[in-house]
Design a protein around this ligand. Structure first.
Ligand code: CAA
Length: 257
């Protein structure tokens, strides 16, 4: 695949997607957004890929936001088109049928924080700095931040972060539940790989359905979400994975999925 602003590599069963504009701290311009879309289409159609690690090139930034230089002269209609394209990418990541881990290796601000939030799990380097600084620029988060942030950290904390534009460190991001683990910078990718390896040992269909149940449920009222869980739970009983998982438990051996 020919990409110039995003690196795409498959090693073993893991796809490594790396935003590659380090001179602009990996800011998301319209080309990066289009290439991310293509990378996640490739991931979806490649049966050999069982998980994804998404990161930013270099040691300084995951992604420092949408590209301010590109957006500066945008009309409202151009801003709308860019946000629509970015939302489509964020939705592809959130709905990807494989687990996606954000390796937050530095600044994850604005659109960068929004990109990390579209992933299933966020693991941060101790050097990570996260936030939604859009109001400093006279705009609001436009790549999903007003919706995904409150769903991850609660309405009050989301309003605090968006309205103050405060940039928080990795320890604070962990404390509020924005990231799930913090590691030394040199161990970040290895830690993401470790988490993916743990997930890969489970039944892949069960992982897909667990993700789907959570995602569907977060967009529905509780009663519909619980009904949806019943259906997806029942569906797992139509699989070899359930047979193997339960047989392995009763035979006191490790399951082989
Ligand atoms: N867009 C375009 N260029 C960016 C950028 C961005 N979001 N963030 C950094 N850069 C560029 C800088 O302009 C600079 O370029 P030059 O070398 O050509 O001058 C280069 O990256 C390095 O950045 P700094 O010199 O600013 O580095 P620093 O260490 O002094 O500061 C920083 C780092 C605090 C992250 C600072 O770069 C910064 O505040 N960046 C902007 C963060 C931001 O506001 N993000 C939100 C964008 S709006 C958005 O994302 C809307 C949305 O919801 C989609």
């Amino acid at each position: 695949m020919e990409l110039s602003n995003v690196k795409y590599e498959v090693k073993g069963t893991t796809a490594y997607v790396t935003v590659n504009r380090p001179k602009a701290l990996n800011a998301l311009n319209i080309d990066v957004i289009a290439e991310l879309k293509r990378a996640f289409e490739a991931i979806e159609s490649d049966d050999a890929v069982t998980g994804v690690i998404l990161s930013g090139e270099g040691e300084k930034a995951f992604v420092a936001g949408a590209d301010i230089a590109q957006m500066k002269e945008y009309s409202a209609l151009e801003a709308r088109a860019m946000a629509t394209a970015a939302h489509s990418v964020m939705n592809s990541i959130e709905e990807c049928t494989k687990p996606v881990i954000a390796a937050v290796n530095g600044f994850a601000l604005g659109g960068g924080c929004e990109l990390a939030m579209a992933c299933d799990i966020r693991i941060a380097s101790e050097t990570a700095r996260m936030g939604q600084p859009e109001v400093n620029l006279g705009i609001i988060p436009g790549f999903g931040g007003t919706q995904r942030l409150p769903r991850l950290v609660g309405k009050g904390m989301a309003k605090y972060l968006i309205m103050t534009a405060e940039m928080i460190d990795a320890a604070e991001a962990y404390r509020i539940g924005l990231v799930q683990k913090v590691t030394a910078p040199g161990e970040l990718i290895a830690e993401c790989e470790k988490v993916l390896a743990t997930i890969n040992k489970k039944g892949p269909f069960a992982i897909k359905l667990a993700k789907k149940a959570i995602n569907n449920g977060m967009q529905a009222d509780q009663s519909s979400a619980l009904k949806n869980e019943i259906e997806l739970f029942a569906l797992t009983f139509a699989t070899d994975e359930q047979e193997e998982g339960m047989a392995a438990f009763l035979e006191k051996r490790a399951a082989e999925f």
